[in-house]
Design a protein around this ligand. Structure first.
Ligand code: HEM
Length: 497
């Protein structure tokens, strides 16, 4: 039977019988996971629905992840889906506004710029930004009180990313003009822009002005660096310096404008994903004071009672710290749906509840992958909705069932050997040629923020309150606002103030 048969399960209500069987809350846009699991139960791993006028075929399960994320270039395409949304925000000539081969080169430049030396300098910068945010930042007013986690983490993520990856000039501008520009630019990611990104709506006009101003600012920074001799000081590691020195395979140095646009792309890509994840980390920790104490004990045990300054090397030794990040990304990965355009007719075999079916997927369809579904399957993660960092320990009753046995496969898509890894049920960073290159940076940033926070603050759920639900209304999921918890600074910080 063809996948199109299931398109009658339209979200637009063509098939009322289908709708009548399910409450409205399972609408994809409101709770994609409820929707995915309900459809999976009824139709199996492959089904089609209509989203914003497009026929979208969802392929779930580890096979579905593999099918879409490792799809061949001639079969599936990302840029045709994303460019309308991303090009006005990032600017021309980068990411999805260029052929895939050029994106692969750009990813190589970024990946190779994230060197060990760079990470070593970033840990220090990120922990000092975090400490000063806890000591002096507005959201942490007083020695104890309540804090609205989502805006607080958005602010801290901008400071930490700009101070490290983006460089000192950009960090300084976030104390003044950049915050407003960033906000205007970010409006370009409103979901309505999947259809109307070219339309001169007020938020799109503001987006275009902000894009130009931001790109000009980056280009001025580049010019000023060149005018000052074009040499970085020792220990001065940031992505602008790295990209300024990069040359495409055909011998063309990366033009300043493209450096600027890539820097905007990195700012936007990192901001939402990291700030959503760090928010969830703190919200989850607020429900588990025992884990907060365990994290602090781990630091004392592994690094020493006097808690020496964090470094890249000692961060690697904090295994529970990393597991907290890992477990948070299992349930709260910020990107819940990954889209591709179908370029040639495709065939996929999948099980329905009754039979094994072969589906023909025509080129009029869009593919949707949702690896967050496999990371919520009880088959792999017992009691999957329970947040438990220790399930990544061997022998834990809720341990990940394939712990240590996931076969990693590597491939070079033009930007170094990277994990194809789509056979794993755990893929918060995607897989294949479009896989994230920010994973290591994200782990350094999130791990450093977490380890620093644990030293200086305790978080607690407000009595009688529950963990907030997820807000799926934007392209990146995040905790539903307001997400308020209690904080209490530890003695060490109070004394320093
Ligand atoms: C791609 C997740 C942080 C830069 C991706 C993809 C995912 C992802 C799922 C694949 C998208 C697709 O296949 O269409 C995450 C998560 C992050 C994170 C969960 C943090 C917790 C970052 C950071 C940066 C970054 C910090 C920049 C420094 C990129 C880039 C791509 C990408 C450049 C490639 C897009 C492509 O090739 O099409 N990320 N990301 N990400 N990410 Fe991340």
């Amino acid at each position: 039977s063809s996948a199109w048969k299931h398109a009658s399960a339209s979200m637009l209500g063509k098939n009322l019988k289908w709708r009548a069987n399910f409450p409205l809350r399972i609408w994809y846009g409101m709770d994609p996971f409820d929707f995915f699991f309900a459809c999976k139960e009824k139709y199996g791993d492959v089904f089609t629905f209509i989203l914003l006028g497009r026929r979208v075929t969802v392929c779930l399960g580890t096979k579905g992840n593999e099918f879409i994320l490792n799809g061949k270039l001639k079969d599936v395409n990302a840029e045709e889906i994303y460019t309308g949304l991303t090009t006005p925000v990032f600017g021309e000539g980068v990411v999805y506004d260029c052929p895939n081969a050029k994106l692969m080169e750009q990813k190589k430049f970024v990946k190779f710029g994230l060197t060990m030396e760079a990470f070593q300098s970033y840990v220090d910068l990120i922990s000092s930004e975090t400490q000063s945010f806890v000591a002096k930042g507005k959201p942490f007013h007083g020695d104890s009180g309540t804090i609205d986690i989502v805006p607080a983490m958005a602010e801290l993520t901008i400071y930490t990313a700009s101070r490290s990856l983006q460089g000192p000039e950009v960090r300084a501008k976030f104390d003044s003009t950049f915050a407003d520009l960033y906000h205007d630019l970010d409006m370009g990611f409103s979901p309505i822009n999947f259809m109307l990104s070219w339309f001169p709506l007020p938020h799109n006009r503001k987006r275009d002005i902000a894009q130009k101003k931001m790109a000009d600012t980056y280009m001025e920074i580049i010019k000023a660096r060149r005018a000052a001799g074009g040499k970085r000081d020792k220990g001065e590691e940031d992505m602008i310096w790295n990209l300024m020195a990069c040359v495409y395979k055909d011998g063309t140095p990366v033009p300043d404008k493209e450096v600027a646009h890539m820097m905007i792309a990195l700012l936007m890509a990192g901001q939402h994903s990291s700030s959503s994840t760090s928010s969830w980390i703190l919200l989850r920790l607020a429900t588990r004071p025992d884990i907060q104490e365990e994290l602090l004990d781990e630091q004392k045990r592994v690094l020493g009672e006097d808690l020496p300054p964090l470094t890249y090397d000692n961060l690697q030794k904090l295994t529970l710290n990393a597991k907290v990040v890992k477990e948070t990304l299992r349930i709260h990965a910020p990107i819940h749906s990954i889209l591709r355009k179908v370029k040639s007719p495709l065939t996929i075999v999948a099980n329905t509840p009754e039979a094994t079916n072969t589906y023909q997927i025509p080129t009029t369809h869009t593919l949707m992958s949702a690896p967050g579904v496999t990371s919520r399957e009880p088959e792999f993660f017992p009691e999957p909705m329970k947040w438990e960092p220790h399930r990544w320990d061997e022998g834990h009753p809720l341990a990940y069932t394939r712990l240590g046995t996931d076969q990693e496969e590597f491939e070079d898509y033009g930007y170094g050997m990277i994990s194809k890894g789509a056979s794993s049920p755990y893929l918060p960073f995607g897989a294949g040629r479009h896989r994230c290159i920010g994973e290591q940076f994200a782990y350094v940033q999130l791990g450093t923020v977490l380890a620093t926070m644990v030293r200086h603050v305790k978080f607690r759920q407000i009595e009688g309150k529950q963990l907030v639900p997820t807000d799926y209304s934007s392209l990146f999921s995040r905790p539903m606002a307001p997400a308020v918890v209690e904080f209490e600074k530890r003695k060490s910080v109070k004394e320093k103030n």
